[in-house]
Design a binder for this molecule. Structure first.
Ligand SMILES: [Zn+2]
Length: 328
């Protein structure tokens, strides 16, 4: 980690950076507000506890002034710190989207089964490597919010914007102070790598696009992701556009692969597109992201009637149907 793990990007917005993940992704949370303080995202288990305490002291506040712990979504790298933080900041209410109520009751299983559709391959992999979902245990949210809900933090309001883009119930928070948007994992995961977006099995590419369109139209002065550096001013729009471009390039490459061979499985397609585009994922995303993303891309092409899913094949294969003219 280069630089100070705690820094103020604006008077009432501090960034708290813990250790980096295998792909260089930041374990990052934010402390915002003036009279009422709020934590946004908690990092992995134990990664940000003392840093958040320090950030509160830096503001001349005490732990009781933290009134909320807002979670953009229930993945381990944004949520697993919640259990200890709740013990440190005893007045803080845990707030998450109402669509995540089921996950809160049994995060380990719901995430493995519904959000990431573990197959035998994933189970074997995580039997050897550390399973990030094992950091999660049942928790009881104090607040179940929905799209459009607002919270007063003293100097400004925090508004919930929900698209099921990265996963079901994924929520961004718009903070009226400095027109700041906390985007969770709505865009990319790895710093400065626009192709590292992730659309898990509980999300949809349609919602993902709606989220992007919303971000492109919104007047945002500061963009705060969960794993990458914040972007300000004129850097905000190109940052979002780069991710859209990466999505479209992925799709072009996917179609190219299918034009070369008629019946390809999801694994074939992942291998071809990833090697052609130089896409590399690191633990634990190397197991979580490729199949989820490929699934999202294929669903889009199937919905557009450009690709046919051959359900009779075992394993299932995909074939490009639209005429080549449509493409070139
Ligand atoms: Zn996530």
């Amino acid at each position: 980690m280069i630089g100070d793990p705690i820094k103020s990007i604006k008077e009432t917005i501090s960034v708290v950076d813990g250790p980096q993940g295998d792909g260089g992704e930041l374990t990052r949370g934010y402390l915002v507000g003036k009279d009422n303080l709020a934590i946004i995202d908690t990092g992995t288990k134990g990664s940000l506890d003392t840093l958040f305490q320090e950030a509160v002291v830096n503001r001349n506040k005490n732990p009781k002034d933290v009134k909320y712990i807002f979670l953009t979504h229930p993945h381990p790298d944004t949520m697993a710190g919640v259990y200890r933080l709740k013990k440190i900041f005893t007045k803080a209410q845990i707030a998450i989207n109402q669509k995540c109520e089921e996950v809160a009751k049994n995060p380990k299983n719901v995430l493995k089964v519904k959000y990431f559709k573990y197959t035998k391959k994933e189970r074997l992999y995580f039997a050897i490597r550390k399973d990030p979902f094992d950091e999660l245990e049942r928790f009881k949210p104090d607040i179940l919010f929905k799209d459009g809900d607002k919270f007063d933090l003293g100097d400004g309001k925090l508004m919930v914007i929900n698209y099921d883009s990265h996963c079901l119930g994924h929520s961004m928070f718009f903070y009226t102070t400095e027109r700041t948007m906390f985007i969770g994992d709505a865009l990319s995961i790895y710093p400065s790598l626009p192709h590292s977006y992730l659309i898990d099995h509980s999300a949809s590419y349609k919602q993902w696009f709606s989220n992007i369109e919303f971000l492109l139209k919104a007047k945002i002065s500061v963009l705060c992701p969960a794993h990458d550096l914040e972007q300000e001013g004129r850097h905000v729009k190109p940052y979002i556009e780069d991710v859209v471009r990466a999505f479209n390039e992925f799709e072009s490459q996917l179609v190219m692969s299918m034009l070369e061979r008629k019946f390809l499985t999801v694994d074939d397609l992942i291998e071809r597109v990833h090697s052609a585009q130089g896409i590399k994922w690191y633990h634990p995303y190397n197991v979580l992201a490729p199949r989820a993303n490929m699934n999202a891309h294929l669903n889009k092409l199937v919905d557009e009637k450009k690709v046919k899913r051959n359900d009779k094949h075992d394993p299932v294969t995909y074939t490009y149907m639209a005429s080549k003219k449509d493409w070139y």
